[in-house]
Design a protein around this ligand. Structure first.
Ligand SMILES: CC(C)(COP(=O)(O)OP(=O)(O)OC[C@H]1O[C@@H](n2cnc3c(N)ncnc32)[C@H](O)[C@@H]1OP(=O)(O)O)[C@@H](O)C(=O)NCCC(=O)NCCS
Length: 161
């Protein structure tokens, strides 16, 4: 039976969450995303030594939410206006509705601010999730990171009420 997401709680990001969020980002990319990207691409995307001050600025500066279950952070998402920036779920909590809950929160807040659409740059791994939520691919993109090329997709959907 699929584990229940009933105990899942969403709350705004707090500065003290930085280490957990950055570790989750690293661990997810170096496990879940390896089905679509090489280890070298994963290193370029999520280097072992992250720039913590850049991360803190990004997470504090945007509309950032964390998902908590079993007393730990199991996912996070953030948004800058109509741009849905990050969406990462802990490797041990995949396919339990964590991303769905975070996306509903992010999209709902964008709609409440009056945005007519929401857009994102989805990884190869996340594309099916966003397609299932009604996002359409606008274009395929090649992102250059630390000497590597990573493919992702500009996607968007209407969120007009
Ligand atoms: C993409 C990601 C965020 C999805 O998180 P998740 O919590 O596992 O997704 P959910 O459980 O909320 O999925 C909801 C629905 O989306 C669809 N879905 C999610 N992942 C899918 C996949 N890999 N393939 C096909 N459909 C998928 C399914 O319809 C799913 O419902 P179901 O499980 O009842 O079939 C997660 O896999 C992840 O962290 N990926 C790596 C990080 C990443 O690439 N992030 C995006 C950066 S742009």
């Amino acid at each position: 039976m699929k584990p229940s997401a009933a105990q899942l709680c969403l709350r705004p990001y707090d500065e003290g969450d930085l280490q957990s969020v950055v570790s989750l980002f690293y661990d997810t990319i170096h496990s879940v995303n390896l089905k679509d990207y090489t280890p070298e691409q994963a290193d370029a995307w999520a280097p072992k030594k992250p720039d913590l001050s850049r991360w803190q600025g990004l997470l504090k500066g945007e509309d950032t939410w964390v998902a908590v279950q079993d007393g730990r952070i199991v996912g996070f998402a953030n948004r800058d206006g109509e741009y849905f920036d990050c969406l990462y779920v802990h490797k041990d909590y995949q396919r339990r509705g964590v991303a769905k809950a975070l996306a509903e929160r992010i999209e709902g807040r964008a709609a409440a601010e009056g945005h007519a659409k929401i857009r994102t740059n989805a990884s190869l791994t996340a594309r099916p999730f966003f397609e299932q939520r009604g996002y359409a691919v606008v274009r395929r993109q090649c992102v250059h990171r630390a000497g590597h090329v990573l493919v992702n997709f500009a996607m968007e959907r209407s969120i007009q009420k």
